[in-house]
Design a binder for this molecule. Structure first.
Ligand SMILES: [Zn+2]
Length: 268
C-alpha cells in the first residue's frame, strides 16, 4: 500500500520549516541584542558609580585633612567626627570665635563632600533601578526565548519531515513505469519504432496504456500479429531498411534484435 502525498505538501513543509527556523533565529538574536543593550547601560552606570565613589573619597579625605590641620593650628576641637561609615560635622555658630571661624572655613569643604555624596547616592539609586530592569528583562527574555525557541524546534521538525516526504515522493516510481517492470522504453518493443505523438503507446483491455508496445503492435490487450515469428520480423525489417546506409542498417538491425518481444517468452 502506498501513501498518497500531494506534490506540494513536502515543499510546503520544507518552506514552513525554513520560515520557522528563521523566525526562531532572528527573534532570539533580537532579544539577546536588546538584553545586551540594557546590560551595557547598567555597565555604564556601574562605571560612573566607581568614578563617583572615588571622587567622594577624595572630597572626604580633603575635608578630614583640612579639619585636622585647621583645628590643630587654631588649637580647638576638631569639629569633624568620622568612623567607618558616618561622618558628622559639629557646627559652632556662636560663642568661641575660633570655633565659629573653623565652622565657616570647613563649610565649603563639607558642602563639596555632601554634594558629591548626593550624586553618588543618585547613581546608586539608578544602578539599583537598572539592576531591577535587567532582572525583569532576563525573565522576559527567558520566557520569550523558550517561546520562540519552539519556533526553531517546530520549524526544524517540519523541515525534516518535509525533506523526508519530499525524497520519499521523488523516489516513488510512477505507476506507469512500475507496470513495465521498472522500465520506460524509448522504442516499441515489438516493431522498434520510436514512441511519439504519431506513434503512441499501445492500450490494455481496460484502456490503460501499455508502455512497451506501440498502438500499431498492441491494442486493447492484444498483439496485432500474435503469430509473427522473430525470423519473419527480421526479414521484413531488412527489406524495409535496405535502401539506408550501411551504418544506419547496422544500428537499426542491432535495435531490432534487442527488442523484448522477440527475446522474451512472456509476449507469446
Ligand atoms: Zn510497434
Amino acid at each position: 500500500m502506498s501513501i498518497n502525498i500531494p506534490d506540494s505538501l513536502p515543499k510546503l513543509l520544507v518552506l514552513l520549516g525554513i520560515i520557522g527556523m528563521a523566525v526562531g533565529i532572528y527573534v532570539e538574536k533580537e532579544l539577546t541584542e536588546n538584553y545586551y543593550v540594557k546590560f551595557d547601560k547598567y555597565d555604564e552606570i556601574q562605571d560612573a558609580v566607581t568614578l563617583e565613589s572615588y571622587v567622594v573619597e577624595l572630597e572626604k579625605k580633603n575635608l578630614l585633612e583640612r579639619a585636622k590641620q585647621l583645628s590643630q593650628s587654631l588649637n580647638v576641637v576638631n569639629p569633624i567626627e568620622t568612623n567607618d561609615s558616618i561622618t558628622s560635622f559639629i557646627r559652632v555658630f556662636s560663642g568661641d570665635k575660633k570655633r565659629v571661624i573653623l565652622t565657616d572655613t570647613l563649610d565649603k569643604y563639607w558642602n563639596n563632600y555632601l554634594k558629591k555624596q548626593k550624586s553618588l547616592d543618585i547613581l546608586l539609586k539608578r544602578k539599583e533601578i537598572q539592576q531591577k530592569n535587567i532582572n525583569s528583562e532576563e525573565k522576559i527574555l527567558d520566557s520569550r526565548k523558550e517561546f520562540y525557541g519552539n519556533f526553531f524546534g517546530i520549524g526544524f521538525l517540519l523541515f525534516i519531515i518535509g525533506i523526508g516526504t519530499w525524497s520519499l515522493d521523488n523516489s516513488k516510481p510512477s505507476e506507469k513505469i512500475v507496470k513495465q517492470n521498472d522500465k520506460l522504453y524509448k522504442f516499441c518493443q515489438s516493431c522498434g519504432f520510436k514512441f511519439s505523438s504519431i506513434r503512441p503507446y499501445g492500450t490494455e483491455k481496460d484502456k490503460t496504456e501499455n508502455l512497451a508496445f506501440c498502438i500499431e503492435c498492441y491494442k486493447k490487450g492484444k498483439m496485432s500479429e500474435p503469430k509473427l515469428s522473430k525470423e519473419d520480423f527480421i526479414n521484413r525489417k531488412k527489406e524495409e531498411i535496405k535502401n539506408k546506409g550501411w551504418l544506419s542498417r547496422k544500428l537499426l538491425m542491432a535495435r531490432f534484435h534487442s527488442l523484448e518481444r522477440w527475446n522474451k517468452d512472456d509476449y507469446y
